[in-house]
Write a protein that binds this ligand. Structure first.
Ligand code: ZN
Length: 57
């Protein structure tokens, strides 16, 4: 298991780590006014994961 990572693999890992870091930094509490679902996301305009409605339409 000494397979070296390609440049593409590395950039994908960095991209993924950056997304996780952004999500951890923001931790925005979202509340869906359509179905009442509550979750934590990294953006204020996150789409509801249960009913896929956007907040503030
Ligand atoms: Zn919803």
């Amino acid at each position: 298991m000494s397979e070296s990572l390609s440049q593409q693999d590395i950039s994908e890992i960095l991209d993924w780590q950056q997304k996780i870091a952004i999500a951890n930094h923001n931790n925005i509490f979202c509340h869906c006014r359509t179905c009442g679902y509550e979750w934590v996301d990294s953006t204020f305009d996150a789409i509801c994961p249960t009913c896929t409605s956007k907040p503030d339409d």
